[in-house]
Ligand binder design. Structure first.
Ligand code: HEC
Length: 117
């Protein structure tokens, strides 16, 4: 029982660590330049936050093999090719478990006036 608990705690710490590492990679590799500082997409570039890990992994592996699904996504190939398996793992943990602004959003709410009635 104690051992099992310990494994869980270590597992959680490891995934927290991977999340932070993934975040660093996201900014270091310039992903934010197209996919946004909040990973929610910019103009024609798709949002990546909250997307399923399997989807993110599938796409990044394909781009790394120089397979683009359309002309627009060809620009992903050089960025994906720079990534190691370990970096892809960390990036997809960061993106799929994205939770950067949640507390920010809930504290920003303020009600003015009587609601416009
Ligand atoms: C120069 C702009 C640019 C940069 C920088 C960039 N991407 Fe992309 N990314 C794109 C475009 C364009 C697509 C394809 C959109 C489409 O299919 O229409 C894409 C697609 C993706 C997809 C698939 C999403 C989907 O909905 O199809 C993932 C995952 C992704 N990028 C991850 C990353 C990661 C991780 C990085 C940093 C290593 C990165 N991108 C850097 C432009 C960029």
């Amino acid at each position: 029982m104690v051992v099992w608990l310990l494994i869980c705690v270590i597992g959680l710490m490891a995934s927290d660590h991977a999340y932070d590492e993934g975040k660093k990679i996201y900014f270091a590799k310039g992903c934010n330049g197209c996919h946004g500082v909040n990973a929610n997409g910019l103009a024609q570039y798709p949002g990546l936050a909250y997307r399923p890990q399997a989807f993110l992994n599938y796409k990044l592996q394909r781009y790394r093999k120089k397979i683009a699904d359309n002309q627009q996504s060809q620009m992903m190939i050089p960025f994906a090719q720079e990534l190691s398996d370990a970096q892809i793992q960390k990036l997809i943990i960061f993106l799929s478990q994205y939770h950067e602004n949640e507390s920010h959003q809930t504290t920003q709410r303020s009600i003015k006036g009587d609601g416009g009635s």
